[in-house]
Design a binder for this molecule. Sequence first.
Ligand code: HEC
Length: 119
Amino acid sequence: MNRKPVLIAACLAGLSGMSSAQELPADDAARGYKAYTHHLCDTCHGTVGQGGERGAGPRIAPGVWPYPAFAQQVRKPRLVMIPYSEKTLPEQELVDMHAYLRTIKNPAAAKDVPLLKDF
Ligand code: HEC
């Protein structure tokens, strides 16, 4: 019996398994807001990611980092931020948080706000 096709099929299945493991679960911004506040990200980064007082945490939205960099920072922070492991912060909550942060848009320009026009 020729076992090659079986071996190749098994390898392909393994490879496709690997790639699907890297696919992210569907996200939900409303759940993400809850996770963002539940895990106290807002205490350092502000409710809408605007950054915390007295340099507690930098501004992270609008313009949140792409997901891989965002996830890397949360799992293995560059400097003094506390790390969040998969155990405390499951991947589902992390993708939801990222979805929430993506919904945050820039505020209107001063020239487009009637009250600020004369300043
Ligand atoms: C105790 C304060 C604190 C908490 C809580 C915190 N962070 Fe941070 N975060 C920081 C600081 C300080 C930095 C600057 C880089 C560093 O120290 O690693 C940072 C950096 C970041 C960055 C990179 C932005 C940049 O420009 O450096 C992201 C993204 C981020 N945090 C997301 C989160 C998320 C999501 C959570 C909640 C799961 C969270 N942080 C909780 C303090 C905090």
